[in-house]
Design a protein around this ligand. Sequence first.
Ligand SMILES: *[C@@H]1O[C@H](CO)[C@@H](O)[C@H](O)[C@H]1NC(C)=O
Ligand SMILES: *[C@@H]1O[C@H](CO)[C@@H](O)[C@H](O)[C@H]1NC(C)=O
Ligand SMILES: *[C@@H]1O[C@H](CO)[C@@H](O)[C@H](O)[C@H]1NC(C)=O
Ligand SMILES: *[C@@H]1O[C@H](CO)[C@@H](O)[C@H](O)[C@H]1NC(C)=O
Ligand SMILES: *[C@@H]1O[C@H](CO)[C@@H](O)[C@H](O)[C@H]1NC(C)=O
Ligand SMILES: *[C@@H]1O[C@H](CO)[C@@H](O)[C@H](O)[C@H]1NC(C)=O
Ligand SMILES: *[C@@H]1O[C@H](CO)[C@@H](O)[C@H](O)[C@H]1NC(C)=O
Length: 412
Amino acid sequence: MVSSMPHLLLLLLIFTSLTHNYSLEDGILNDQPNGFFLPFESNLYVEITIGTPTRAFNLKLDSSTHLTFLECDPCDDDHQCSISDTTRRYDGKSSTTFSPISCNNSSLCPHLSPNATNHINATTTKTTLSLLCTPSDSCRYDVSAFSAGYLVSDTLQLTSSITDQENSLSIVRGFVFGCGTSNRVTPEDDGGGVDGRVSLTTHRFSLLSQLRVTRFSHCLWPSSAGSRNYIRLGSAAQYGGDMMLVPMLNTTETNSYSYHTALFGISLGEHRMRSNETSTIAVDIGTYYTRLEASLYEEVKEELMAQIGPTVAYEVNELMCFTTEAGLEIESLPKLTLHLQGFNYTISNKGLYLRDSPSSLCTALVRSTMEDEEQNVLGASGLVDYAVGYDTLDMILAFQQRDCLTDFVDGM
Ligand SMILES: *[C@@H]1O[C@H](CO)[C@@H](O)[C@H](O)[C@H]1NC(C)=O
Ligand SMILES: *[C@@H]1O[C@H](CO)[C@@H](O)[C@H](O)[C@H]1NC(C)=O
Ligand SMILES: *[C@@H]1O[C@H](CO)[C@@H](O)[C@H](O)[C@H]1NC(C)=O
Ligand SMILES: *[C@@H]1O[C@H](CO)[C@@H](O)[C@H](O)[C@H]1NC(C)=O
Ligand SMILES: *[C@@H]1O[C@H](CO)[C@@H](O)[C@H](O)[C@H]1NC(C)=O
Ligand SMILES: *[C@@H]1O[C@H](CO)[C@@H](O)[C@H](O)[C@H]1NC(C)=O
Ligand SMILES: *[C@@H]1O[C@H](CO)[C@@H](O)[C@H](O)[C@H]1NC(C)=O
């Protein structure tokens, strides 16, 4: 059976030539390697170590939340602790490099106001980040849907799993993140084993900003091909060359994802839907299944029934499943194409169709709900077999169809 979360999606971060001296506030010295590989655990989360002595945490990739956060010990008693195993919470008291972000003497909690009414809102959606200076001089944060607590800083380390890499360690001293004392997202929501989120937005508090990188890329292969998917950061990012460049849209108040682009239409096989409407689609590696706003989802469903059907035989975790003749090749199934600005993005059938049994398959598409703000989201399953580059400065996405497995092996 198809499970609700992907297994064996193992991603690697590659860092090369990150030589900047990072400072979010003052002259904090950074050690940046020429290149290294950081593995992601399954279910789209990465292991990051924080503190002195170091402790490892599993943080889910998130390109809509502006702050990296993890659950802190102690968290609030009133059922707001999401992790029951206290040893998996971050405890600043046991780290010699821990430092709370003080309001008085910090530009990180800006527009300080002794009357404590001054929220800084990065967006107005459910991933809104509010900062609030408290009378006790700490900087409260609130990511409305997920977590609240206070801003702290500590040493962050990203470590290579590939031991023969010469520079296997990237260190960010004074990495700013959220110490969550009231957490509304449970590890189960994220597929289990997750201690928090790592921010891949362009906000100053994101991992990208604190690493001082403005480009990253990934080239995912289907989980059935095994482990070792990865993200490349900085100069290692795949970008430009003969990749197709598609402009991103500015983030609006109604869109919580950082990377989105115009969607002019969508086709299944030769059949084009939505050819005269303009809508948008977010590209988010932190979302697994591709989400379509309800009306578009229904159109695609109709067309799937017409071309594969005749009916949706059953549903598994919201995925539409069809019975097929035994042994039907997934490559022979109709392809789903997103008509982007200047580029037709055809989702790989390896990511679009999941075999559930020899005579049935499911489509990796789910209906976007009001909770998701009814947005179209091209998720990780829809991103396989493409190199996808992000230039967060020039606001451009770059795409190129590739055999990512071969590409990675050759890239080594
Ligand atoms: C911060 O400011 C408050 C009020 O102005 C003051 O009571 C407190 O001592 C200050 N804390 C620091 C660390 O300067
Ligand atoms: C703020 O911190 C800096 C160093 O971190 C220090 O030099 C400065 O005196 C502090 N200012 C206040 C008002 O505490
Ligand atoms: C908060 O204090 C600032 C000055 O520190 C003042 O300008 C502002 O009007 C106050 N806001 C409220 C809601 O009282
Ligand atoms: C920020 O968000 C809070 C809570 O959602 C809201 O009360 C406040 O008015 C917002 N402030 C601004 C400046 O938009
Ligand atoms: C996006 O925002 C930037 C700066 O805020 C502006 O210069 C640019 O014109 C905007 N682009 C679009 C498509 O609105
Ligand atoms: C445009 O789309 C609307 C519905 O989305 C449809 O009613 C209309 O006929 C379409 N117009 C053209 C010219 O295709
Ligand atoms: C995208 O596909 C449509 C047909 O569905 C075609 O008319 C259009 O020229 C294609 N665009 C590009 C940039 O290839």
